[in-house]
Write a protein that binds this ligand. Structure first.
Ligand SMILES: [Zn+2]
Ligand SMILES: [Zn+2]
Ligand SMILES: [Zn+2]
Length: 141
């Protein structure tokens, strides 16, 4: 199943309509080579003679992020499609500063540990975001 197909199914299952802007943003993110900002997405649409305003794009992206379909890559200032379809929990990234490669992963033990740290500080954590930057296997040495 392609990313867009999976995301469409997921939206419907959670009671969200598949509006035209949602479909267009999904398609843009599926085709993107790397992280895209809402501005990049808007530009990409305009290249195809479509027009979506930034507020709409932001809203769609926020919804997709809340459903774990799209993630923000903080160190790159953009958004990418989720590669871990159907996997619950917090998804994290290893970001290569050499080639820009992104590796998505999840780690339940890490989640438990982060929740414990927060708990010690009297905080109830619901979601964790960690990003590691460095060099991938191909870019080392
Ligand atoms: Zn993910
Ligand atoms: Zn690399
Ligand atoms: Zn977590």
């Amino acid at each position: 199943m392609s990313f867009t197909e999976y995301a469409e199914k997921s939206l419907r299952e959670k009671g969200y309509k598949l509006t035209k802007p949602r479909r267009q943003v999904l398609e843009a993110i599926e085709k993107a080579e790397g992280p895209m900002s809402p501005y990049d997405i808007g530009k990409m649409m305009e290249g195809k003679g479509r027009h979506l305003d930034q507020v709409t794009i932001y809203r769609v992206i926020n919804l997709l992020c809340s459903l774990n379909l799209v993630h923000k890559v903080f160190s790159r200032g953009g958004y990418v499609r989720c590669d871990l379809q159907e996997e619950e929990g917090c998804h994290r990234f290893l970001v290569c500063r050499g080639c820009g490669h992104l590796q998505e992963y999840r780690d339940e033990a890490l989640c438990r540990q982060e929740s414990q740290v927060a708990q010690k500080l009297g905080f109830q954590a619901e979601h964790h975001v960690t990003e590691s930057s460095g060099l991938c296997k191909d870019c080392q040495g």
